[in-house]
Design a protein around this ligand. Structure first.
Ligand SMILES: NC(=O)c1ccc[n+]([C@@H]2O[C@H](COP(=O)([O-])OP(=O)(O)OC[C@H]3O[C@@H](n4cnc5c(N)ncnc54)[C@H](OP(=O)(O)O)[C@@H]3O)[C@@H](O)[C@H]2O)c1
Length: 282
């Protein structure tokens, strides 16, 4: 297995480009899955308060025997906790659930433009407190649109280190990625395999066969060649290993051109749209 490169964030910290995603990893299975991922070679775990598995992530890290500093941990603010005191309490809860005294990266999970009338700017200022007191080494956002990033850049002094957004060959999301690139905001591509849907698509299947790789490896290679950060989710340790081996081959210009033809634009989304995604209390 070739080493996973670290990418430099706009605040001087670095992040492993390829990690392990834990959305829909059941809470009771998370500690085992995270431990397996770390034993396989992953050093970056993506979780969120809303995944209900932060405690399992912390347990998995401790069970791995790795030092805390050797693992990069991202978590995210719950959609129901945007108001400043709620956000502070939620962040305390995240650290407590993880059993850690800091996270490497903490994100606003969704801008919640309907529920909070776009007042994520005040939420973003609260995340800056977590960075200032060292409990979040880096801070960023998720599911922010160009207009949302423009507000943060215009109304605060701190640019997000990353924007975690849906992106995969069915939905390239290139305009938003390009805006991030122009402002030093790295893109993290969520659902990099379109939740598995793109793995049956003929074009990536053919390209992977020609290269002697699996389709998942071909698609993940496409992401890392675009310079994005990815964290595919799988519960299988065999697939964990497979998904990690994407740094010892390359897609050529023809492969990239072929993959560009399966982009469906916004129709290719597998998850919610930030324009319409709203908070529904349980
Ligand atoms: N910020 C956000 O709003 C947001 C939203 C969604 C996701 N995320 C993050 O992004 C991560 C990844 O996205 P995702 O979990 O939605 O989807 P994904 O990683 O695109 O796809 C996961 C699916 O692909 C399958 N899979 C994985 N590797 C495979 C392989 N090598 N061969 C065949 N099938 C494979 C998995 O099945 P098995 O488990 O059965 O192997 C699972 O069904 C999440 O876990 C989460 O951390 C963030």
């Amino acid at each position: 297995m070739t080493a996973i490169p670290d990418l430099k964030l706009n605040d001087g910290h670095t992040i492993p480009q390829l990690g392990y995603g834990t959305y829909q990893v059941p809470p009771a299975e998370t500690a085992g899955a995270v431990r397996a991922a770390l034993q396989t070679g992953y050093r970056h775990i993506d979780t969120a308060e809303m995944y209900d598995n932060e405690a399992g992530v912390g347990e998995g890290v401790r069970a791995s025997g790795l030092a805390r500093d050797d693992v990069y941990i991202t978590s995210k603010l719950s959609n129901g906790a945007h108001l400043p005191d709620d956000a502070r309490r939620a962040f305390d809860g995240t650290l407590q659930a993880l059993g850690m005294d800091y996270v490497d990266l903490f994100l606003i999970h969704w801008p919640m433009v309907l529920s909070y009338s776009g007042d994520f700017v005040s939420t973003w200022k609260v995340l800056q407190e977590f960075k200032a007191d060292g409990r979040a080494r880096s801070i960023g956002v998720s599911n922010f649109r160009v207009e949302d990033l423009e507000r943060l850049l215009a109304e605060t002094d701190v640019a997000p280190a990353v924007n975690q957004i849906e992106a995969h060959p069915y939905f390239n999301n290139d305009a938003l990625r390009a805006f991030g690139g122009e402002h030093g905001i790295l893109t993290e591509a969520w659902s990099p395999l379109a939740q598995g849907a793109v793995l049956d698509e003929p074009a990536p299947v053919r390209i992977a066969e020609r290269l002697g790789r699996t389709t998942s490896q071909g698609v993940l290679r496409w992401h890392v060649q675009r310079g994005d950060i990815v964290f595919p989710k799988t519960i299988s340790s065999e697939r964990m290993r497979e998904n990690l081996s994407v740094y010892d081959f390359e897609l050529g210009p023809d492969d990239l051109a072929t993959l560009a033809t399966i982009d469906r634009g916004p129709q290719g989304r597998t998850g919610p749209h930030p324009d319409t995604f709203d908070y529904k209390p349980a």
